[in-house]
Every structure is written in structure tokens, then in C-alpha cells.
Design a protein around this ligand. Structure first.
Ligand code: SF4
Length: 289
């Protein structure tokens, strides 16, 4: 692991000390089933780029927050950081939940994220949607192991929360730590989805596909922004220049500009250590030269 940003040694040492051990007998972890099957399969066979310590800054903060909460809890009737296992048609799935209260039967997960994750929770592919999936699998595992689940929630620590912004935006979270309820799905629905995810991962491991889905490569499409007069905010964003021009000609009576904002594959470009070996991304790079 490199330290290109000169993180102080004690911090670098903490980040570099990765004590996570994957169960070699497991077909997949819950985290893997919640990721793109192509990405998971590629990460198991392709050599990874050497990561830099800064790549793990967000994960380190999340781990520190977990440890901090864990230190203060543990005597009550609860499961804490409990590793669970289930078998689906011979595929062993493993996962570790954060906190299950045996008295209230609530499953709680601690997340550290941003205001964006809270405000755009209903967008397709949002972090919240992934949490819904992940926590429902944990709930299914709990039930399969004899623990009823009456409610599920995420305790979200919002690292970029600002008290001042909340005064002007009614959709802004009311505090930096907020509980977000999670809808509970039935065992039947979870089993159906697990079987589908297992099948997709098997297919990817057998060589099917050549890149992640648009959502999982965090793709931002190219947009053409119609800028009216000296306004800094665009009047309209459209997918093609022709659409933007047609809209502007019909709706704007003063001078306007159309500015292209190039799209990006955000994960491929900055957050994937296997991108050098990803056929879909390499093809995309060649075609966009
Ligand atoms: S480069 Fe992009 S598409 Fe390819 S595995 Fe990585 S994230 Fe997925």
C-alpha cells in the first residue's frame, strides 16, 4: 500500500492493518452479493492495482465509528458484530450484522455517509437501496437462525452535515446522526432475490459479461446544459445538443449558451483497482479516444 499523500505514520499503520478474514468455504459474503457480480468475479481473478492509504479513508472512518459504539455496548441482550451463515441450495452465504437487540427484535446497522445519501435515498442504485437489500439479507439470516426481526433501521452518521443548511432546506436531515427505517421483506422475496444473485455471480465467475451495470459503474451521463444570459444555474439539462437547442429555441427569448458536460464512469475512473483488466472499460477507453 502506498502513502502518496503523506498520511502520518500512526494513521497509515491503522489503515494498512487489514484484519478482515474471508471464509474460504463461503460461496459469497452478503457484501459481495450486494455488489455487481462482474466486479466481484473480476476482483477474484485479476491482479489489483496497488492501493493508496487514502483510498481507505472513508472505510477507516466507518470502522472507527463501529468500534466506538461497540465499546459502549455489549452487556444487554444483544448480538453485536455477529457473523451469520446461511445455505441457499448448497451455496454458503456469510455476513456480519452490526447490532441486533434481543428485547426489541430490532436490527440496526451503523453507516457513515453524506447528506447526499440521505436526500437521494430513493434514486435508483442509491446507497440507501443497497442498505435495504443488505439489511434484509441479514434479517433473513437472523430469522433462519431463530431470531425474530420486528424492525430494521440504519443509524446514519452524516459526516458533511451542516446545521446552518438545515434552516433553509426542509429536506435537509435534522441532525448529524439520524435513524432511517428500512422496509422489511418476506422470506419468500429474499430467497427469490438471493437465488437470482447467486445465479448471476455464478455466471460472472464462468466468464459471462464484460463490465458492471451502468448503476454499479456509477455512470454519470453526458448532459447539455442550457445557460440563459449570465445565469450560473442551467435552465435545463438535456441528453443531446439537438434536444437542448430545440428546448432553448422554444423557451428562451434572450441570449443563451449550450454547454456540454461530459459524462463519466466514476467508479471505473477512480474507485476500481481492477480497471486495467476490465474488458468493458478498456474497450470504452479505446472508443472514446
Ligand atoms: S472498471 Fe468499471 S466496469 Fe470494470 S469492473 Fe471496474 S467498476 Fe466494473
Amino acid at each position: 500500500m502506498t502513502n502518496n499523500y503523506n498520511i502520518p505514520a500512526p494513521v497509515f499503520n491503522a489503515i494498512a492493518k487489514d484484519d478482515y478474514k474471508r471464509d474460504p468455504s463461503a460461496f459469497a459474503s452478503v457484501t459481495q452479493l450486494c455488489d455487481d457480480p462482474f466486479y466481484v468475479a473480476l476482483s477474484e481473478t485479476a491482479p489489483a492495482k496497488e492501493p493508496d492509504a487514502i483510498d481507505f479513508a472513508a472505510i477507516a472512518l466507518g470502522k472507527a465509528w463501529h468500534d466506538y459504539i461497540e465499546r459502549a455496548n455489549g452487556n444487554e441482550n444483544a448480538l453485536i458484530e455477529e457473523r451469520l451463515t446461511i445455505d441457499i441450495d448448497g451455496a454458503k452465504i456469510t455476513g456480519a450484522l452490526d447490532y441486533y437487540n434481543g428485547d426489541t427484535c430490532q436490527l440496526l446497522d451503523y453507516k457513515v455517509s453524506t447528506v447526499w445519501a440521505y436526500q437521494f435515498k430513493d434514486e435508483p442504485g442509491s446507497q440507501y437501496q443497497k442498505w435495504v437489500k443488505q439489511l434484509n439479507i441479514y434479517a433473513y439470516m437472523l430469522r433462519a437462525n431463530g431470531f425474530p426481526v420486528k424492525s430494521i433501521a440504519v443509524s446514519l452518521y452524516i459526516k458533511d452535515w451542516s446545521g446552518a443548511k438545515g434552516k433553509f432546506d426542509p429536506n435537509y436531515p435534522t441532525s448529524p446522526i439520524i435513524e432511517m427505517p428500512i422496509q422489511i421483506f418476506t422470506d419468500g422475496i429474499i430467497e427469490q432475490r438471493l437465488r437470482a444473485d447467486i445465479a448471476k455471480l455464478k455466471a460472472a465467475r464462468n466468464g459471462q459479461g464484460n463490465q458492471c451495470s451502468i448503476i454499479n459503474r456509477w455512470e454519470r451521463p453526458t448532459v447539455f446544459k442550457v445557460m440563459k444570459g449570465t445565469n450560473k444555474k442551467s435552465s435545463k439539462n438535456l441528453p443531446t445538443y439537438a434536444d437542448a437547442k430545440e428546448w432553448a429555441d422554444n423557451n428562451i427569448k434572450v441570449k443563451y449558451d449550450i454547454v456540454e458536460h461530459k459524462g463519466a464512469r466514476v467508479r471505473c475512473e477512480g474507485y476500481c483497482n481492477y480497471s486495467d483488466h476490465c474488458p468493458g472499460y478498456q474497450k470504452h477507453l479505446k472508443e472514446s479516444k
